[in-house]
Structure formats: structure tokens, C-alpha cells
Design a protein around this ligand. Structure first.
Ligand code: NG1
Ligand code: ZN
Length: 552
């Protein structure tokens, strides 16, 4: 019938080129943008099916390849809670993307619909929100996604335009909560909660006053564009956007952006000696990663880097401090706010950060690489803070915690104690729950929370940077014939296959003081990644190099 015809039609419009193999990796499908249309079309089908399965809840599609080169593109699906698509559907995503011909695709969908009990063909509805970044292949792939969505009877696609990845995730999350979900609602929430944070700054503290000037490297992507739109409304900050993506400013992610700065530890394109001593931030191409940096001398282009681990540490300190004030305050009001606070990291977290966080008595846990794992783990806590070293992360608050916080704030404000430290801490936490993106790591909201906390703590960039010293580390990529031949375990810290490899890694690592090393196949590139840490840069480099030899 109609449904069958539509699926056969769309599949024949987007034949799979021979030799193409897609895999739903760390962040969806990724490849050369020009080859992506069949996979994106099928992701459209998949997203529509997901929405039908979930009783018409809004599902999202983001077309982006994040920090990767401009010629690449990718597609990923956001679940109704704004997070990554449930991993249980990934095997079907892979199968669907690689279905060799229209008939195979149709049979595969029909079988899956049956197995999953998806009410296809009934009077179902489905809605899919779409967003894309600024890549030149974006519009072409958007069309492929729309055709895929429209191949499912009853599905309704809503193009939200060119957005940061976290904006689209936020819109999906908001829409399903029943709250306002447009771009201007997103901006209003950021601007208002940031202003609220500043209103709650302690008034009686003297000392260092944070410079208002902040230079932001937009990676020539969408983040800079959006920041330009709202910066005038960000009270108390004087933001200058470089690599803003305007005509002639440069190429997306090329010699700029969070990935470049974090890996190379040098200034991005467009920064020079005149910026020495100025606080700078860098976003990636779709604005879901954030790092900070500062040039300390004009004689070279090296930077002092604040990576995801240090952003996480700042957030953890701030939140813990507010909880401590609320719970240990011996003042008039006897109210407490029990909260399980969890820190989630990956093996790429600098060892010094883990030691620092554990030293504060915080609970630190590890997951494999990829936000889908970190986010899920963080949701197990009342307050979960997660970050990848590369700058992707956020803070998630449980509904239960938020409602307790709300009722505590009400209690405190109705008592004559509404000028108390306790009340202010509760209000700060409340503002933070509004400011920080609850769906996914978001460079814009993260940046505003960082700025508010630095002002709150009266810290300079240098104070923040010196929270602990990073252990020297080195990352290498190794090309191998088949990267899937390497299998890892223990949150990717150990190789289980080939079995001899882990022994070789252990043997090499034992030669270094504070040595730590692991390897894993990338989920987004056709490489095996090697990570090494040691007490000096020379040692970290040498450890990484010798382990890379064993991988080759
Ligand atoms: P892979 O290629 O699986 O290492 C990379 C990043 C992840 C994550 C994804 C998605 C590193 C080492 N890995 O994954 O953290 O950001 O891309 O973009 O940075
Ligand atoms: Zn990104």
C-alpha cells in the first residue's frame, strides 16, 4: 500500500553507492558530505519511526560533522529527552543505512516495525525537528532527511534552520516538556538566567575584578554567528567574536576552534600578540564544545589552556560550595537539601584533574568516550556533572532535586531570612539549572556559566588555570587496516583484543613515572587513537610513540 510505495520510492531515489559502509558511531553517521545523502535519508526514516514508536513525541535530527573538516558532514538523532538516540536502536540504524537496495530496505523496515510493535499505518503521527550547521552540504542533506521523514505516512518534519547542535537538542527537550521551544525562547532563557546569576553575585567581597573583555574564537562556525546575535544583551560582558564565520574570515574549523586549540595548544588563526593576557574562549564548529585559553607571552603562540576537565572542576567547586552553604549553615533556618553529586569523566580526562576532584572528596566515575555514555551516567545522580577533556559537557539536575530546590527556595524566601546566605545559594543553583543546557553539552550556555562563576569567585583566568597542573599528555592517531580488530574494556582503559597488545602497553607504561596509556578505535574517524600521559612532555611523547608502534 501507500507506506510500502513511499519507502520503495525514496530508497530508489537515494541508492547506496557500492563500497559505502556507514556505522552509527560515537556521534551518528559521519563521512565526506557529498556521499552522505543515502545515510541521511535513512536517518530521516529512522527518526520518523522513532517518533511513531514514542507516541508522536518530537525527535530531532542534527546535520553536522562538529569539529571535523568542512568537506565532512554527518547526521545524528536526538531522542525526545534531548539526549542521543537510545543505543538499543543503533544496530537497526546501522542495518538500515547499509541496506543494499530498495527491497531490502523495505523488508528491513517492515520486520523492525513488527519486532518493535511500531503502530505504522494506523492513525499515528510523528514529528521530527531538523537542524543543521553551516557546512555547504547542509542544505542538500537537509533535503535528503526531509524525503526520508516524509516516506513515513503521518510524519511531520519541522525545519528549524541553521542552529548550533545544542540548540536543536534543547528545542526537542523543551518541546516534549511542553514549554516554549523556539530559538528566541532559547536565547531568552540564556540571557535571563545569566543576568540572574550576576544579580546574585556577593556584594561584600573585595579583591580581583574580572575583566569584562572576552574574545571568542567561533571556529568559523555557527556558534560565533549566534553569539553575535545575543552578545549586546549579555550584561557585564564585552564579547569580541573572531573567526565568526563571516564571508572571508576563514574556513570552518581550519586552524581554529576548540578541537584545534585543545590538541595543538596554540592560538587559533586570527589571534596575535595584542591579545596577550586577555581571557579567550574557543568553540567548535557546531558549538557543543568549549575550551578557554590565554596567551601568556608575545614571543610565541603557545597558550595556557583550560580544557573540559578544568571547566568541570570549576562547575564542581561552585555547585559544591552552594550545597555546603545550604546544608552546613548553622543559621536561623534549619533546612537542608540532600543531593548526590556525581562527576563523570572518560579515560581522556587528565589524570591531574581526576586526582584533584577525588581530593575534594567528590565521587568520580568513568564511562567510554562519547556523550551518550557520559550523559546517561550523569542522569543517575541528583546533580551529575560530566565533561570530555575536549570541552563537551554539561550539568544535569534530576527533576526531584529541582523540585526540592524550588520548595526550599520558597521556604527560605517566605521566612524573614531572604537575605541569608542560604537563600542566595539556593537561588544561584536555581539560576544554574536554567542557564546550563539540560539536554546536551552547549558551548554558549557553558561559557555564560563559566563567566558567572569566575565573577562569583573573583577569580582571574590565571587563578582558574592554576587550580591544578595538567600532566603532560600526547594523543596520536594510527591508521590500521581494520580498527575494529581492537576491542577495549574497563571504560576503554584496557585492550581485551588482541590479547597481547595490553601486555605490551603495560610494559611500555611501566618505564615512565606517572605513566598512563590507552588505545581505542575512534568512533568518528578511521583511526586508532593512542593517548599517553607522563610526568614530562618528552616522556608522554615517547610513551605514545612506542605504543603507537605496537598498534601499527
Ligand atoms: P572518537 O572519534 O570516537 O574518539 C571524538 C571525540 C569524542 C567525541 C566525538 C564526537 C576525542 C578523543 N574523541 O570521538 O570525545 O567528542 O568525537 O564528536 O576527543
Ligand atoms: Zn561539536
Amino acid at each position: 500500500q501507500e507506506q510500502r510505495r513511499r519507502l520503495l520510492d525514496v530508497a530508489s531515489r537515494f541508492p547506496l553507492p557500492s563500497g559505502c559502509r556507514f556505522s552509527y558511531g560515537t556521534a551518528g553517521f559521519r563521512a565526506d558530505g557529498a556521499t552522505m545523502a543515502p545515510a541521511v535519508c535513512r536517518a530521516g526514516i529512522l527518526a520518523a519511526l522513532r517518533s511513531v514508536k514514542l507516541a508522536g513525541a518530537a525527535v530531532g535530527i542534527v546535520i553536522t560533522a562538529s569539529h571535523n573538516p568542512i568537506g565532512d558532514n554527518g547526521v545524528k538523532i536526538a531522542d525526545p529527552d534531548g539526549g542521543m538516540m537510545d543505543q538499543q536502536w543503533e544496530p537497526f540504524a546501522d542495518a538500515l543505512a547499509n541496506a543494499p537496495d530498495p527491497d531490502a530496505l523495505l523488508q528491513m523496515v517492515l520486520q523492525f516495525v513488527k519486532d518493535e510493535g511500531i503502530p505504522l499505518g494506523g492513525h499515528h503521527t510523528a514529528q521530527v525537528l531538523l537542524g543543521r550547521d553551516t557546512r555547504p552540504t547542509g542544505e542538500y542533506l537537509l533535503d535528503a532527511a526531509l524525503q526520508g521523514i516524509n516516506a513515513i505516512v503521518g510524519a511531520h518534519a519541522i525545519d528549524m534552520g541553521i542552529l548550533t547542535t545544542p540548540q536543536l537538542h534543547w528545542m526537542v527537550w523543551s518541546k516534549n516538556k511542553g514549554t516554549k521551544a523556539s530559538e528566541s525562547d532559547y536565547f531568552t532563557q540564556l540571557i535571563n538566567s545569566f543576568r540572574r546569576m550576576l544579580e546574585l553575585l556577593p556584594k561584600d567581597k573585595g579583591g580581583y575584578e574580572l575583566a569584562k573583555k572576552l574574545i571568542v574564537d567561533g571556529a568559523n562556525g555557527i556558534g560565533g554567528v549566534k553569539l553575535e546575535q545575543i552578545k549586546a544583551e549579555l550584561s557585564g560582558l564585552d564579547i569580541i567574536v573572531r573567526n565568526s564565520g563571516k564571508e572571508g574570515e576563514g574556513i570552518l574549523n581550519h586552524l581554529c576552534g576548540a578541537d584545534f586549540v585543545q590538541k595543538e595548544r596554540v592560538t587559533p588563526h586570527g589571534f596575535g600578540p595584542e591579545d596577550v593576557g586577555v581571557r579567550c574562549a574557543s568553540l567548535d564548529g557546531d558549538a557543543d564544545r568549549l575550551v578557554y585559553f590565554q596567551m601568556s607571552s608575545s614571543s610565541d603562540n603557545k597558550v595556557d589552556l583550560v580544557d573540559g576537565d578544568k571547566i568541570l572542576s570549576l562547575f564542581a567547586l561552585f555547585i559544591r560550595e552552594q550545597l555546603d552553604v545550604i546544608n552546613n549553615n548553622g543559621s536561623q533556618v534549619d533546612k537542608s537539601l540532600p543531593a548526590r553529586l556525581g562527576i563523570v569523566q572518560t579515560a581522556y580526562a587528565n589524570g591531574a584533574s581526576t586526582q584533584f576532584l577525588k581530593g575534594l572528596g567528590l565521587e568520580v566515575v568513568f564511562t567510554p568516550t562519547g556523550v551518550k555514555y557520559l550523559h546517561k551516567k550523569a542522569l543517575e545522580y541528583d546533580i551529575g556533572i560530566y565533561f570530555e577533556a575536549n570541552g563537551h559537557g554539561t550539568v544535569v539536575f534530576s527533576e526531584d532535586f529541582i523540585s526540592q530546590l524550588e520548595s526550599l527556595s520558597n521556604d527560605l524566601s517566605s521566612q524573614a531570612a531572604n537575605c541569608s546566605a542560604q537563600y542566595h545559594s539556593a537561588m544561584r543553583l536555581m539560576a544554574a539549572t536554567q542557564l546550563i543546557n539540560q539536554a546536551v553539552g552547549d558551548a554558549l550556555s557553558g561559557l555564560l556559566l563559566v563567566e558567572a562563576i569566575l565573577q562569583y569567585k573573583r577569580w582571574s583566568f590565571q587563578n582558574w588555570c592554576e587550580l591544578y597542573s595538567d600532566l603532560p599528555s600526547r594523543q596520536l592517531k594510527v591508521k590500521v587496516v581494520d580498527r575494529s580488530s581492537i576491542v577495549t574494556t574497563d571504560a576503554e582503559t584496557k585492550v581485551s583484543q588482541p590479547s597481547s597488545l595490553q601486555e605490551l602497553i603495560d610494559k611500555e607504561t611501566a618505564n615512565y613515572t606517572q605513566g598512563r596509556c590507552f588505545v581505542r578505535p575512534s568512533g568518528t574517524e578511521d583511526v586508532v587513537r593512542v593517548y599517553a600521559e607522563a610526568s614530562t612532555q618528552v616522556e608522554a611523547d615517547s610513551l605514545a610513540k612506542s605504543v603507537a608502534h605496537h598498534v601499527e
